[in-house]
Design a protein around this ligand. Structure first.
Ligand code: UT7
Length: 323
């Protein structure tokens, strides 16, 4: 059977860093509060004029270089973002053009913090069906543009960045010994749409709007939803937490990550954490974390890796793969 194997990774974080100490001079907060409640110490923030397409393009170029490929080798680009450059066209099409790619197809996927898991799963379906052989999957966000910088309950949590992977069709036997994506599980339930949303849009206010969140409500649902889709992945493959080499979760809050790992009995040494340095970069957080763990040599060929995310909608999902 056809498997989708990750053959390249890349990332980009804006140069400008806002530390918790910097946040103390913007709003009524403390480094101690932010660290204790979230695990975040700093976040990267775009400069004026720096856009989601700029970040996505840089991550994409890094992933192509890492894989030793050019855009001639790609059939498709899928960008996960909730902070597009414009309402339309899709930011992926802009990135496609910047990369000098004028064949194939590019489109955006919108599932907020779960965006990368949704985009990677979409890529996997196109590859398994034979429609595409190689797909560039990007998560890129400029959440700083959506933040209400006077709302201390949200503006301390998010950051900007981009990460990208290239997935390629490979042969497998249909067992968990295969390399590539072994299983993925996506969920959504719009009953939760008002718990984490942006209060604007082209069809409502005609403005971009600002991010609004009932933080406690998100927290209350997060661990249960995350662990449900991970248990689905275990059921589908026969693998368990003991089989994992790395757990690379969406980086929203260290407390959510710790509680999920504890409930699933995942060894804390196997958990990749970047939230301390990046904050919550929404759809970019997982590919940023993957890229870091590949670069520093933690992730090796053959490793079993579990990805998960949960975000606005709510949307949530898991991907279990062998590197
Ligand atoms: O991908 C999903 C993205 N979203 C998330 O992951 C968010 C999930 N939720 C959370 O991570 C947590 O709910 C937060 C970190 C957002 C908040 O933590 P909490 O423990 O739920 O705090 P809280 O909202 O209950 O607020 C406790 C206190 C309040 O003061 P009072 O009413 O007790 O006097 C807040 O006003 O902390 C206050 N507070 C702050 N204090 C200092 C809220 N934000 C801040 C702040 N600095 N930045």
């Amino acid at each position: 059977m056809i498997r989708s194997i990750i053959v390249g990774t890349g990332s980009y974080s804006p140069a400008k860093i806002l530390t918790n100490k910097d946040m103390e001079s913007i709003i009524d907060t403390t480094d101690e509060w932010i660290t204790q409640r979230t695990g975040i110490k700093q976040r990267h923030i775009v400069e004026d004029g720096e856009t989601t397409a700029d970040l996505g393009e840089k991550a994409a170029r890094a992933a192509l270089e890492n894989a030793g490929l050019t855009t001639d080798d790609l059939d498709m680009i899928i960008l996960a973002t909730s902070t597009p450059n414009n309402t339309f066209p899709a930011t992926s099409v802009d990135i496609q053009n910047r990369l000098g790619m004028h064949h194939g197809v590019a489109f955006d996927v919108q599932a907020v913090c779960s965006g990368f898991v949704f985009a990677l799963t979409t890529a996997d379906q196109y590859i398994k069906s034979g429609y595409a052989k190689r797909i560039l999957v990007i998560g890129a966000e400029t959440f700083s543009r959506l933040l209400d910088w006077e709302d201390r309950t949200t503006c301390v949590l998010f950051g900007d960045g981009a990460g990208a992977v290239i997935v390629e069709a490979g042969e497998g036997e249909g067992t968990s010994a295969d390399r590539g994506i072994l299983t993925s599980h996506l969920r959504s339930d719009g009953v939760h749409k008002d718990k984490l949303y942006v209060d604007g849009g082209p069809s409502t206010t005609g403005t971009t709007g600002k991010l609004r969140m009932q933080g406690k409500e998100v927290f209350r649902h997060a661990v249960g939803m995350i662990t449900d889709v991970i248990e689905d992945a275990y059921k589908a493959t026969g693998l368990t937490s003991d089989d994992l080499d790395w757990f690379i979760p969406h980086q929203a809050n260290k407390r959510i990550i710790d509680a999920s790992a504890k409930k699933l009995k995942i060894d804390p040494k196997k958990v990749v954490i970047t939230v301390d340095r990046h904050g919550n970069t929404s759809a970019a957080s997982i590919p940023l974390a993957i890229c870091e763990a590949v670069k520093d040599g933690r992730v090796k060929k053959g490793d079993i890796i579990l990805l998960e995310a949960m975000g606005g909608g709510f949307t949530w999902g898991s991907v279990l793969l062998r590197w």
